[in-house]
Design a protein around this ligand. Sequence first.
Ligand code: ATP
Ligand code: MG
Length: 357
Amino acid sequence: MASRTLRIGLIPGDGIGREVIPAGRRILEALPSSLKLNFSFADLDAGFETFRQTGAALPERTVEILKKECDGALFGAVSSPTTPTKGYSSPIVALRKRLDLYANVRPVKSVASAVSPIDLVIVRENTEDLYVKEEKTYDTPQGKVAEAIKRISERASSRIATMAGEIALRRQRVRDSTGSGGAAKKSMVTITHKSNVLSQTDGLFRSTARQVLSQPQYKDVEIEEQIVDSMVYKLFRQPSDYDVIVAPNLYGDILSDGAAALVGSLGLVPSANVGDGFAIGEPCHGSAPDIQGKGIANPIATLRSVALMLEFLGEEKAAAKIYEAVDGNLEEGKLLSPDMGGSAKTDEVVEDILKRL
Ligand code: ATP
Ligand code: MG
């Protein structure tokens, strides 16, 4: 087998992003050589600090290097200014647009020994819905009225449903090959919408997703539907019932943060921003100014984001190694960071996980 070299952009950003992204680099460098994977890295700037120094939160150089040289990237976090700051807008939102990273993928997994184990993925559409930000305010005799456009397209709904279907198949492959989850766990995609009220927009999302997932390649994937409000209820009552959840942008945003709360710490939850042939791993947490500089940030969200990025770059085996090493650390429970009730430093958690690789 020939070896493969992947070039990864490292964008630590602000706050604890600077403490956890180096851990991401370390785990890539520590992957066993039998995987025949090599990495090279590009250090890239973005974030609020970059904005303060240069006037641009997302320098053109960062976008150019990602587009021209890189196969994937890791993004730490950006601090959001507490007061509106002229000229500043979130660099990760801009990156998603510039690189057409149309899916936000968020796996939510508890430790296997949990009373009710959770192992699900939320696949959120990332480019449209209310996030087209077409708003207006106007005066009427009764006072001001404000409106926002909710735009849903067949194209965006179709590609996000395809992504959800592919993720369901991949998860099934992993379960089959590792024997984890038992035979009981069945592949399923739950389409979330509110088409009982929004029959045209959410109706289009629903019917398009259904059509995509009814294709023969997904014949082993069960299709389920949930109205978003009942989805929230069931997700919190019985999270172990779910496998892959696909949703338009806004519902996906809300469900993702809610689901992250199910597993205890934000420091555990990874995500990836995915487009065709490119993926950016990004821990779900923010810049965590309250613990910044103390060396106690939990690196696991980042390490899992590294694994998730690798999955989308076609390196499932390498990803599985990382997940296993992380799970080993959590199951043993001896070297945990303070957010998990332990007293280990970021570096000690990283060392423990690297040993398990
Ligand atoms: P931002 O505006 O950048 O999102 P924030 O103040 O909202 O910053 P978050 O990063 O969203 O902070 O974190 C919310 C809480 O969770 C904070 O108390 C933070 O310390 C904690 N937290 C977040 N990530 C981690 C982590 N990796 N390890 C430990 N604690 C974390
Ligand atoms: Mg936050």
